[in-house]
Design a protein around this ligand. Structure first.
Ligand code: GAR
Length: 210
C-alpha cells in the first residue's frame, strides 16, 4: 500500500477529486495527509471530514524559502509518503526541496504547458487568441510549472469566454487527469526516459473535454 501526501493552499478541489478516486476505485494507496501553507485553506476541512490527517506549515512564519521548505519537508516526511502531490499549492519551491522528491512529486497546472506557466493563465490564453486551452499534470522540476508531462487535457476557448468561464471548463478536466495521473504513479505505470513520460500500459495521456 503506497502513501500519498497532498499539498494545498486553498479550496482543494483537485485534492477532493484524488481522495474520492482513491477510495472509489480502490487504489493500492492511501492519502496519508493533506498539508497546507494556509491555516484557513477550506480544503483542510474536507480532508478532516474524511478522517485524513491534516497539518499546516505557515510560510509567513519563516524568513527564507529554504527555512520554510525545510520545515515543510520535515512535516511531509513524518508521513513517509511514496508520492507527493501539489494540488493548487501556490508556493515556489526551492531546488533542494524539489530534488528531494524528484520522480515522486507531481503538479497540476491550468494551461497546456509549456505555454503560460505562472499566474493568470486563462486570461493570458484568451488575450493571446488561443483556440485551445487546458491543463497539464507534470513531474516537478526546479523550474516553475515545468517538467516531464504525464497527461494533458485540452478544451476549446469559446467566443465570449472570460477567465472564470474558461477556468471552470478547464477545472472539470483537471479533476479527470490529475487522479488518473496519480493513480498511474502509485501503480508504477509511468516510466520517464529522456524527459518524456510514457504510460506503460499504452493508455492515452491526453483527454479532450469541453
Ligand atoms: C487549479 O486550477 C490548479 O491547476 C491551479 O490552482 C487551482 C487550484 O484549485 N494550480 C496552479 O496554478 C499551479 N501553478 P483547487 O485548490 O480547487 O484544486
Amino acid at each position: 500500500m503506497k502513501s500519498i501526501v497532498i499539498l494545498i493552499s486553498g479550496r482543494g478541489s483537485n485534492m477532493e477529486a484524488i481522495v474520492d478516486a482513491c477510495q472509489r476505485e480502490g487504489w493500492p494507496a492511501r492519502i496519508a495527509a493533506v498539508i497546507s501553507n494556509k491555516a484557513d485553506a477550506s480544503g483542510l476541512r474536507f480532508a478532516a471530514s474524511r478522517g485524513i490527517a491534516t497539518a499546516v506549515v505557515d510560510h509567513k512564519a519563516f524568513t527564507t524559502r529554504e527555512a520554510f521548505d525545510a520545515e515543510l519537508a520535515k512535516v511531509i516526511d513524518g508521513f513517509a509518503p511514496d508520492v507527493v502531490v501539489l494540488a493548487g499549492f501556490m508556493r515556489i519551491l526551492t531546488e533542494g526541496f524539489v530534488r528531494q522528491y524528484e520522480g515522486r512529486l507531481l503538479n497540476v497546472h491550468p494551461s497546456l504547458l509549456p505555454a503560460f506557466p505562472g499566474l493568470h493563465t486563462h486570461q493570458r490564453a484568451i488575450e493571446a487568441g488561443c483556440k485551445l486551452a487546458g491543463a497539464t499534470v507534470h513531474f516537478v522540476t526546479p523550474e516553475l510549472d515545468h517538467g516531464p508531462i504525464v497527461m494533458q487535457a485540452a478544451v476549446p476557448v469559446l467566443p465570449g469566454d472570460t477567465a472564470d468561464s474558461l477556468a471552470a471548463r478547464v477545472l472539470v478536466q483537471e479533476h479527470r487527469v490529475y487522479p488518473q495521473s496519480v493513480r498511474w504513479l502509485v501503480e508504477g505505470q509511468l516510466s520517464l526516459r529522456d524527459g518524456v513520460v510514457h504510460q506503460l500500459g499504452g493508455q492515452a495521456q491526453v483527454v479532450w473535454g469541453g
